[in-house]
Each structure stands twice: as C-alpha cells, then as structure tokens.
Design a protein around this ligand. Structure first.
Ligand code: ADP
Ligand code: ZN
Ligand code: ZN
Length: 745
C-alpha cells in the first residue's frame, strides 16, 4: 500500500507518514488502494492531516514523497490524511528539491523550511487562483489629441504619455504617482480604456538606454556568460553603472523567453527602485516586498510560478519564488547583511542563490561596491568571474576623503568646528550635506548627575535610549518602553542628564545652528509609515540645500545628485567591534557612505571624525583601496583560521534562569565531542556567554564549532543533532543552530 511522506510545519527534523484519505490500516484489504492512480503526482500537493496527541491538532502539510509498504499486520499508528487541498501539485519539484537542500544544509526541519519559502496564504492552505490582470491601453482618440488639449491637466498629460508608452497593468501603476483619480479622468474623456490581456502576453523587452554605454560597460556585457551556470562578481562603486549591466543582462534573458530574479536589500526595495525597472522594461514585473498584503504576495508568487511574471524583484525570501523559466539571478549589494535571516531558519539567500543557479545551470550576477570577503576569495580562486566597473558612469568625481582627529578638540554635539564649517560652506554653495550617525534616538542613556544612576532596561543588559519624539525611554533590543523619569529613582535628585548623542539630538542642534535650512532626519523612527522613506528621498532629490542626519538606512544605493558633503560623526565604534567581521563591515559602510558624496558633476567631500586616525583600516582602505584592504584582512583571517578559510556553526541556547542554557550546552559539547571523526581538526569553543548575555529576560550562551572542512562540520552536526534533541532539560530553554553565522550572538 501507498504511504505519503509529508513535511509538516513543526521543528522536528523528520517527515511524517500518512495513509491516503479514508483508509484505515484495520480495514485495509489488498484491493483498497489509494484514490490516486499515480501517487507521484501527489508530490507538491497540500494536505490537511491530524497531528499530535490524540490527533488534537490539524496541520497543513506538503506531500514530498511516496513509498510502497507491505503491511503484514495492521499498524494502527498510521493515520490517514483528512483531505487533499490541491488536485494538482501547487509546489513544483524544483522548489521542493531546493528546500530539501536548504533543510539539509541548515539542519532544519523541511516543513519549517517550506513555511519560510511559501507565501502565507499558500502555507495556510487557501485555494488561490491567479487573477486576470487588467491593463490600461490608450484609445484611438487619444492619438488624435491636440498638443494643447491637456495643458491644464499636466498630471493627466504625463499619465497618458506613460500609458501610451508602456500599456501598464493596473497593478504596476500602484508603484507610480498615477492615482485612480487621474485614471478616472482620462477614462471619462475616452482617452484610455481597460482591457484584460490573457494568454497573448506581450513579448517582454528592454527599452533602449537613454545614453551611450561606456567602453567598460560594453566590455562587461560582452563578458557575461548567460547560457550556463556561472557566477559573476560585478564590482563597481555606486554610480559606476552596475544597474545598467543588470538591465542589459535581464534584457537578453527576456529575449530568450526566460525569467529573471533580482534580490535586493530590504531597505532599497522602495517604489523608486521598482519604477526604475518599469521605466526600462516593457515586461511584467512583480515585486515581493514588505508593504504588500498577503493577497498581493500570493498573487505575485503565482504569477512567477505560472511564468506570467518576467522579472521578479524581491528581498531575501524571494530566493524561494518558483519560476519555471528562470534564466538569471541577480543579487545587488551582495555583501549586505540583510540577505542572512537572523532567526528561525537562518539561511543566507546569496548562498542559496548559488545553489539554485547551479541546479538550474543558469548564471548569477553578484553586484557590489564592496564585495564580501567570501566573494572576493571565490573570485581570486576563479570560482567566480570578476568584472569591474572603475569609472563613474555619469561623469562625476571621486570624493575627497579626509580624516579628522577628534582628540583634544572642542566638540559640539558630536561635531567639530571644522565639520560645522564644512557644512556651512556646502550650504553656501546651495548644495546638500549628510551627517552619518548610526545611533537613533536622542541620547543612548539617561544618567543621574548626582549619584551616577543610569536608565537600564529591566529585561536586558542594555541602557534605555532616551527619545524625545515622542518623549520616552526605549530598549532597542526588546522594545520595552517607559516614560522618562523626572527624578532619579535611586537618590531622588531631579538632575537627570542625557549621555551621548543620537540622531534626534543632532537634528535639534543643527536646527539651532542652521535655522534657515531644512534638516531631515532619516532613521527607523522617521520612516515607519509606508512610503515615508521614499517621500524623504524624493524630497532630497529635489536638490534644495539641506542637511540630512541619518543612520545606516541612508547608506545604500540612492542617488542624491546635489549631495556633496558627508560627515561621518563617529567611526570609532566600528573600529573597536569585537566581532571578527567588524572591520569588514565598517569598511563597507565607510565606502558606501562616502559614495553618497558627489554623484553628479560636483566634487564630493567626506570628513571622517575619529579618535583613532592612525588606525590601519583608514590607511589601507583609503590609500590602498578596498580590494587591497580586503587582501590584507584576508591574510589575517587565514592566520587566525577564521572564515572564509574555516567554516563556523553556532549552537546558541537561552533560558529564563541564568544556568539552564549553560548546563544544556555543556551536555551538547559532550555530544559533539563523542561524534568527532577520528583525528578531527574541528574545534569546539564554549559554552560561553553571548555578548549581551541577557535579552528579554533570557540568559544566552553559545557554543561555536569551527572546521577547516565543511564536510567534517556537517558530518559532526548530522551525527549529533538527533542526540541533542533528546538531551534532558529542553523544556526549560530554547536553542537554535546558525550555520555560517554572520554575527556572533
Ligand atoms: P550603480 O548601480 O552602479 O550605482 P547606476 O547603473 O545606477 O550605477 O548608474 C548611475 C547613474 O548613471 C544612473 O543615473 C544611470 O542612469 C547613469 N548611467 C549609467 N550608465 C551610463 C552611461 N553609460 N552614460 C551615462 N549615464 C549612465
Ligand atoms: Zn541619583
Ligand atoms: Zn530590553
């Protein structure tokens, strides 16, 4: 008889066996076979099954395999599927295979991996069909329109021009400023009409570039290998024309009838980015980003799966989007940390992209101004093909970089007299300045001037950040919030002072100092609402002189043509980080933030304030360049036996009391030790406390495994995890595994 192997959304690293619906082992006769003629066709179908003690729960699972068994005696433990949700597979074999690889590599449950990979509506078992998309077309009347006909309605005029050029779908207009009122007006004037386009989908194409490609760009395009698996590392500063290379590569892929998948960091995926694609492609573009609702998400997923979508743009989790004709994967800002998920299934979308491409035998383009050290090493070893863009595409200058020694200087809310003068000078020239400070809030702590008491989070090892807008104290780790004290809770002194500087304080100071210009703060607090970030960017792009105060959010891929000065308020915390990737990350941020200055025909200027101007990072990075800096750092990694020369895994545990997690990890260590292969070089470090030992009232410890060979690491983990799952004391704690961690806990 046929048994269905089902992946269920539970943490257990196992598949679950079920019988066909309506069959029970007791009643089974040799004739009572499954209703499905070919059980293999059930693979990829969703089913509802009973689960747990006394079958008290119902779960939605996915059939991932079938097997034939002969039952000699009734096995009453086997239960039957309640019902099939799909008659034909909704999840294709390639997606299941990819998820199987991911589950294996990250030692995670396949069911939970599929949960991560699927849109919510699909995994909750809803039956969804692809809605027919409605498109706007220009009417014949609209072409006879006189030039002056819409002169009092400029928005309608530009909307009509857009519709004539692109014949856009209703959906795609959501990302533009053409709203429904404009469309209604045009429709009532009989200038445009709605239509449903079915199978006769237009042939997608890249529109001609509005400029002449430079020789470097031509060279790169000629050197792309697009017909088989090949990873390209496209390195070029912001503004060097990488996006144009993506467009050209996608254009070729679309011309050969294939789909392209583009992954970008969460922060860069705004309407601006999407409309940049829409302006250049006559194609069906779907975006998978955080402001979509569940229905839109499921629709876009379906349209990729049905090959309706030509270009799929999304963040990390889009790497799982099914696309049967996939011909190219692009990862922009490949070094970005947001491609790594930091909880649950801790996958790295960039690494999965490489595996997926290899399985499909298709190319990948990894783009960055500051590639990760892993990728640089891979390029060095000729595993990746390195392509360089060294010039600025739209003629502009490399910014002038200057270090400013903070030692013994007068400092005004974090800025020196010289930095303030530079800001003033920039404003005088009608240009824009950016002050980069990677700390939001008003001040990192509130302190009693009398007794030294400091506002601490009661759930974490952390100070509470003082916020003024709105006024409150806030833990940036667990989100705990409370009103601001008016009196020291320890000595009752009313003299409470704020310590340190956050973006809010800097904003207030700059407003007083430069009352006649607008100061814009860009951090997580000012960009909470939908489109707030994009609105700010639109405003900056209008080019009026202004000062931006911003955190890391501002660092990535945006054009600010009139921004010519960047002040890095404090580079020191990055220099002193204890993490082995600390300097790599700091260098990447510095290069990117410096790239904000001088993107147009104006000379840019970067001032980096630091107490450590002699730190080798500055010399290596700015005198020798990012690549040489990376080479020197890689030598260090080699000597200290750190990634990418070794492979890490971290098993972390947290418990409500201060000892359970550590005790559990001591046992885990034993398990690892007994499973080490003979003469193994694998090192086991810890248990040791996490950098922030207490977060959200839980105490955190971890063990680090370090191996020269990936195979050895995975072998040890596979041999151990089953035993670890059975260790005592699990109910008192939570534990998790992080393969190839980007940050130490
Ligand atoms: P990156 O992705 O590397 O930051 P972009 O591709 O966005 O760079 O290019 C930066 C700017 O230069 C864009 O406005 C783009 O339209 C323009 N650009 C790209 N290539 C050329 C070119 N060959 N000539 C003129 N402008 C170009
Ligand atoms: Zn006090
Ligand atoms: Zn907290």
């Amino acid at each position: 008889m046929i048994i269905f192997e089902i992946a269920l959304p539970v943490p257990l690293r196992a598949l679950f066996d079920y019988l066909a619906p309506n069959s029970t082992p007791d009643l089974l006769t040799p004739e009572s076979h499954t209703t499905l003629a070919i059980p293999d066709q059930a693979i990829g179908c969703r089913v509802e099954v009973p689960f747990g003690k006394k079958n008290g729960r119902t779960l939605i699972g996915i059939i991932v395999g079938t097997k034939e068994i002969t039952l000699n005696e009734p096995n009453s433990k086997l239960k039957a599927i309640h019902r099939f949700i799909d008659e034909t597979p909704i999840i294709d074999a390639a997606t299941i295979e990819l998820c199987q690889w991911v589950a294996n590599y990250y030692h995670h449950s396949l069911g939970e991996t599929l949960t991560t990979a699927l849109p919510k509506k699909i995994r909750l078992g809803e039956v969804i069909e692809l809605q027919k998309e409605e498109y706007w077309l220009p009417t014949t009347e609209s072409f006879g329109l006189s030039d002056t006909a819409l002169k009092n309605a400029p928005k309608q005029k530009s909307a009509l021009d857009y519709i004539k050029k692109f014949q856009p779908s209703k959906e795609s207009l959501k990302n533009t400023d053409i709203n429904s009122a404009i469309l209604k007006a045009l429709e009532s004037k009989h200038l445009i009409k709605k239509t449903v386009r079915e199978n006769n989908k237009q042939k997608p194409e890249l529109l001609p570039e509005p400029f002449i490609l430079n020789d470097e760009q031509k060279h790169v395009i000629n050197n792309l290998v697009l017909e088989k698996f090949q990873v390209h590392l496209l390195q070029g500063n912001t503004g060097s024309g990488k996006t144009e290379i993506y467009f050209q590569a996608i254009g070729k892929i679309l011309a050969s009838g294939q789909q392209a998948l583009v992954l970008i960091p969460e922060i860069s995926l705004g309407p601006q980015t999407i409309s940049r694609f829409q302006e250049r492609f006559k194609a069906n573009i779907v975006a998978l980003h955080s402001s979509l609702n569940d229905t839109e998400r499921a629709q876009n997923w379906l349209s990729a799966k049905n090959t309706q979508a030509d270009i799929i743009i999304g963040t990390r989790s889009s790497i799982f989007t099914p696309a049967p004709n996939l011909g190219l994967i692009i990862i922009d800002e490949e070094h970005d940390l947001s491609f790594k998920q930091q909880d649950g299934l801790r996958y790295n979308a960039r690494d999965i992209a490489l595996v997926r491409a290899q399985k499909l035998n298709i190319p990948v383009i990894l783009g960055s101004a500051t590639p990760s050290f892993e990728s640089l090493l891979n390029a060095d070893k000729d595993r990746f093909k390195k392509l360089l863009l060294t010039q600025k595409a739209a003629t502009s200058f490399e910014p002038k970089i200057e270090l400013e020694d903070l030692k013994n200087q007068l400092i005004f809310e974090g800025l020196t007299e010289k930095s303030l003068a530079a800001i003033d000078h920039t404003l005088q020239k009608n240009q824009q300045a950016l002050v980069f400070l990677n700390r939001r809030g008003f001040a990192p702590a509130l302190m009693c001037h009398h007794c030294g008491w400091i506002s601490k989070c009661k759930h974490c090892d952390r100070n509470l950040t003082l916020h003024h807008y709105p006024k409150h104290l806030h833990c940036h780790h667990c989100d705990y919030q409370k009103p601001v004290y008016h009196q020291c809770p320890s000595c009752f002194s009313p003299e409470l002072i704020d310590v340190g500087i956050g973006t809010e304080k800097l904003e207030v100071f700059l407003k007083n100092r430069f009352p006649s210009v607008s100061i814009m703060r860009v951090d997580r607090d000012t960009t909470q609402t939908k489109n707030a970030f994009d609105d700010l960017i639109t405003k900056i792009n209008q080019g009026e002189p202004c000062i931006l105060v911003g955190t890391q959010m501002l660092v990535k891929g945006h054009h600010f043509p009139n921004m010519t000065l960047v002040v890095v308020a404090n580079a020191d915390s990055g220099l002193l980080s204890g993490d082995f990737r600390g300097l790599e990350k700091t260098a990447q941020i510095l290069v990117q933030v410096a790239g904000r200055a001088g993107r147009a025909q104006k000379q840019g200027h970067v001032l980096i304030q630091t107490h450590h101007p002699d730190h080798p990072l500055f010399h290596d990075l700015f005198s020798l360049g990012y690549d040489r800096f990376a080479q020197l750092q890689l030598q260090d990694r080699y000597l200290t036996e750190m990634p990418p020369y070794t492979h890490l895994a971290i098993l972390a545990a947290e418990s409500e009391n201060s000892y359970s997690a550590e005790q559990f990890l001591s046992n885990v260590r034993q398990v690892f030790q007994t499973n080490l292969p003979p003469s193994s070089t694998l090192q086991i470090l810890g248990p040791m406390p996490a950098t922030l030992e207490k977060i959200k009232n839980r105490f955190r410890h971890f063990i680090q495994l370090k191996a020269k060979s990936r195979a050895e690491l995975h072998h040890t983990l596979s041999a151990s995890l089953g035993q670890i799952e059975k260790l005592p004391g699990q109910h008192k704690l939570r534990w998790s595994l992080d393969i190839d961690p980007q940050e130490l806990p």
